[in-house]
Ligand binder design. Sequence first.
Ligand code: ADP
Ligand code: MG
Length: 168
Amino acid sequence: MPILDPLSFECVSHSDEQTQRLGARFAQAIPPVCVVALQGDLGAGKTHFARGIGMGWGAAQELRSPTFTMLQEHHREPDAGARLYHVDLYRAERAEDVASTGLLELLEDNDGVIVIEWPERAWDQLPPEALRVRFAVTAPSKRNLTFSTQSASAWQTLLKFRKLAFGV
Ligand SMILES: Nc1ncnc2c1ncn2[C@@H]1O[C@H](COP(=O)(O)OP(=O)(O)O)[C@@H](O)[C@H]1O
Ligand SMILES: [Mg+2]
């Protein structure tokens, strides 16, 4: 067992704005159909990154923490059919809760970008090509972001993002 997942790299964000900008850059690297899994504790920065993805993708509405719905569908103006889904599984503690969000059908028939907060609630259901970002709090305004995937093709997407964001 390798100590570090070989298909991963890390970066540090020093502010919530920077995390949001990284999300916007990330949106420019990802394909129109993919799954993005944002993992980390409450307050780790998942929603800031997701909001950045929404901005970079061109979502008409700002992405925010959904209060009542666990799944929100976003589109672009003018609406050409592209979709971005923002899913927050924080409250989905049981498998039935996950199923009730509609996420499983969405994954089966995916026609867009699916951004998932608390993906560990549905780990088994996520495809190996999922793009994972793990957020760790290292100081009040500092976050460690680890980008990883289990898929060689999705790794190319992560490398494209790294090149866009960091030039390497
Ligand atoms: N570098 C950083 N990146 C992201 N959020 C940060 C950072 N530093 C401080 N914060 C703060 O941490 C909180 C992150 O909130 P949020 O993005 O909603 O997290 P989550 O969705 O993981 O619960 C916000 O209050 C934000 O201002
Ligand atoms: Mg959140």
